[in-house]
Design a binder for this molecule. Structure first.
Ligand code: ZN
Length: 189
């Protein structure tokens, strides 16, 4: 297994809509192992394929035990790989909470997301699952799903708040922020 370098803010691959994963996707098993290894190394709760430069609809998640004060508030989803996810239904009510992202090192802000979501996805054997997620698990799933749509959490905050992060975003873009894990060089654009 390899730890893959993580692509950071303003790299074009983070803005693309990712392509479906199929049984013909090359080296899928190995790639999934590398994704878990990379997520653990960077101490992430989730990692989407575009964050390591592969624009395919796959993410890994390890979102259990996140709500230690009230475990019942968060649906256990375990440590798993998610292929070709769909958001079936989002609740009308939302929760605002602080988020971070491995592609935005050293940047955090409050993001509003649906408190409950029904999702459908495939596992590594291409078996389909449907689940209702609440709390932290819903938040992490929605955050990773956004990556497959080319959306970062800073796209979900106000333009005013984004302005406050301008200097930090420029530093991340210039690879001047020490992430504490290996960051990919910016692709030419
Ligand atoms: Zn992220």
């Amino acid at each position: 297994m390899d730890v893959l370098p993580i692509v950071t803010y303003n790299d074009p691959v983070l803005k693309q809509v990712a392509k479906p994963v199929t049984k013909d996707t090359p080296n899928l098993e190995r790639f999934i192992s590398d994704m878990f290894e990379t997520m653990d190394h960077a101490k992430g709760l989730g990692l989407a394929a575009p964050q390591v430069g592969h624009s395919i609809r796959l993410f890994v998640i390890d979102a259990d035990g996140l709500d230690e004060e009230d475990p019942s508030a968060s649906t256990p989803i375990g440590r798993r790989v998610i292929l070709n996810p769909e958001i079936v239904l989002e609740s009308d009510d939302s929760i605002t909470f602080e988020e971070g992202c491995l592609s935005l090192p050293d940047l955090r802000d409050q993001v509003s997301r649906a408190s409950e979501v029904i999702v459908r996805f495939q596992d590594e054997a291409f078996e389909t699952h449907e689940m209702t997620l609440r709390g932290w698990t819903a938040r992490v799933f929605l955050h990773e799903f956004d990556h497959l749509e080319g959306i970062l959490f800073i796209d979900r905050i106000s333009a005013f708040k984004r302005t406050l992060h301008k200097a930090k975003l420029e530093s991340i873009d210039a690879n001047e922020v020490d992430a504490g894990y290996e960051v990919a060089p910016k692709t030419t654009r």
